[in-house]
Design a protein around this ligand. Structure first.
Ligand SMILES: [Cu+2]
Length: 560
């Protein structure tokens, strides 16, 4: 039996859900055969997964069989109150109270006589937001508005903190194009823990292009437009954060990949178009998102937008990588599918490319780290049962109503900001590992040092170069959206995703605030540093693998 056939059977068993355990060949056996075939290398080009990616992969079906259904829980959809409920931000001030609840951290809010936790803030472009963050945690925190054009005072970069039992009044104009931005904690050294424990939410900005798209495709938030937040939790820890030395070094990987707070949910849909706005809120895990029909056939989709809003045109895709903090805006078409059919949103296998030599890792500040690093590549012993790069299902769509083909997707979605010509030489930024810490240009974060100084009103080209012996780094710049110009010496596993002669992926063609740079790869980005603020401003460049960030993979950037 070919690996492909085994995989199809596995997917079929997944799709069948309740009947998976009664199949003549058990799903677990199918999975073993599939993994066995993969290991034999028969399909190396089809599934470029390294063995390390599969090591320690716990079959998702075993738990599922116990529950007699793989996708047993409905997808949680935020409403107009409660958990992640949609809360309009307008002229009225709003208070977010950071608090502990049921072992998680969350922002509680009230508005229009309703109560919210981690509200989805929805605002029109140009809104002057006044948001008070009250800290009811027993520790300092601060809120960073991820992706926004914002001044240092409101950026929440962690150099000023909100002490316990005090509050901070944010006041800023929402200047950005429509897009799915987000807010999350940024107290240096505690960002990973507070984010993992649930203290974050989404900020949606709307503009004319956004409203035109929703009209053209008949998209309604909460119905045919779904926000999907991905976060992997530890089965043995849930919302407790207890990183071992190798977790602190490589990243805190969970083994329960949650979609909107649930493991492997299902969602009943009509056979029509749906928009999926996906945020990767995981500390360290990157997803390789793809859609498959019940029979195993790839279901292509369209990429509508990226971190900083809509693309100029929708692009047909079969898969996208989504690194921590990145967002993708996808359009999926279930039209023509029969009632009773299934579509699976999954993360495909990939080589995680964690390649820090054991000798280097052994020099980590933590003496115990070396004990957990083995082999010539130094891949860490996985404490998570779901290794980085392992494949897993995320969400099942069940076709419950027939539907007609929708209207044409508009040829033009939006206009991206025009990039002025870059001034000066390109700025090299090397990403690597030395003396037990991840570094940018051999440096770690220091509040007393500002290694990057940008003159007022310029545009620059940055060359992000990741060493071969490194890890993937999801590089995030505060305060500015940027554009990806080129990728060079990319790993082979990106080849199927490349869309132009500059080595770029579909997800590189929009506005970005976070970009994944693989080991051995160089990514050239262009940043327009013009800003509307009178004084010079201080921002941060850092890796959004939150353990790398808390470990100091972060530099100050002063913009004149
Ligand atoms: Cu990193």
């Amino acid at each position: 039996m070919t690996a492909h056939a085994a995989r199809r059977r596995w997917l079929g068993a997944l799709a069948a859900g309740a009947t998976a355990c009664r199949a003549s060949m058990t799903a677990d056996a199918a999975r073993r055969r599939w993994l066995g075939a993969l290991a034999a290398g028969a399909t190396a080009t089809l599934f470029p997964a390294s063995l390390s990616a599969l090591r320690g992969f716990r079959p998702p079906l075993r738990d599922a069989c116990a529950a007699d259904n793989v996708f047993a829980t409905p997808l949680q959809i935020p409403g107009h109150d409660g958990w992640r409920g949609r809360l309009a931000v307008g002229a009225d001030p709003l208070t977010l109270r950071a608090q502990t609840r049921d072992g998680t951290l969350q922002f509680a809010a009230e508005g229009n006589g309703r109560r919210y936790s981690n509200p989805t803030l929805a605002a029109a472009i140009g809104t002057k937001a006044r948001i008070t963050v009250a800290n009811n945690l027993g520790e300092p925190t601060v809120v960073h508005w991820h992706g926004l054009t914002i001044d240092t005072r409101n950026d929440g970069n962690g150099e000023t903190l909100i002490a316990p039992s005090t509050s901070f009044d944010y006041a800023f104009e929402l200047r950005n194009r429509a897009g799915q931005y987000w807010y999350h904690p940024h107290p240096h050294g505690a960002t990973a823990r507070q984010t993992y424990r649930g203290l974050f939410g989404i900020l949606e900005i709307e503009d004319d292009d956004e409203r035109a798209l929703r009209r053209a495709l008949d998209l309604t938030p909460g119905s045919t437009e779904l926000t999907l937040v991905l976060q992997d939790l530890r089965a043995d820890a849930k919302y407790r954060y207890m990183p071992a030395p190798e977790d602190a070094l490589f990243g805190w990987y969970g083994d329960l990949p949650q979609v909107n707070g649930r493991l492997r949910p299902f969602h009943d849909v009509s056979a029509r178009r749906y928009r999926l706005r996906v945020l990767n809120a995981s500390n360290a895990r990157t997803y390789r998102l793809a859609l498959r029909r019940d029979a195993g056939a790839v279901l292509p989709f369209r990429l509508l937008g990226t971190d900083g809003g809509l693309l100029a045109q929708a692009i047909a895709c079969e898969q996208v990588f989504l690194a921590p903090a990145e967002r993708v805006d996808l359009l999926v078409d279930f039209a023509g599918m029969p009632r009773g059919g299934f579509v699976l949103l999954e993360s495909l296998a990939f080589d995680p490319m964690l390649a820090v030599p054991a000798t280097q890792a052994a020099r980590s500040d933590s003496a115990t780290a070396s004990a957990h690093v083995h082999g010539s590549t130094g891949f860490p012993a996985e404490r998570s049962a779901l290794a980085d790069g392992a494949p897993f299902p995320l969400l099942q769509f069940r076709i419950r109503e027939t539907g007609a083909a929708g209207p044409r997707v508009p040829a033009s979605l939006s206009r991206l900001p025009v990039l002025p010509a870059s001034t000066g030489d390109e700025r090299p930024l090397r990403l690597g590992f030395a003396k037990g810490r991840w570094r940018i240009n051999d440096r770690v974060y220091d509040m007393q040092a500002t290694p990057i100084e940008i003159a007022r009103g310029v545009s620059e080209t940055w060359l992000l170069r990741n060493y071969h012996t490194s890890a993937p780094h999801a590089m995030h710049l505060h305060g500015f959206q940027f554009r990806v110009l080129e990728r060079e010496t990319s790993p082979d596993q990106l080849a199927p995703l490349v869309v132009d002669g500059k080595g770029r992926l579909a997800t590189d063609l929009g506005s970005k605030d976070t970009v994944l740079v693989w080991p051995g790869e160089s990514v050239r980005i262009a940043i327009d540093f013009r800003h509307p603020f009178a004084e010079s401003q201080l921002y941060l460049l850092h890796c959004h693998n939150l353990e790398h960030e808390d470990g100091g993979m972060m530099l100050r950037v002063k913009v004149g």
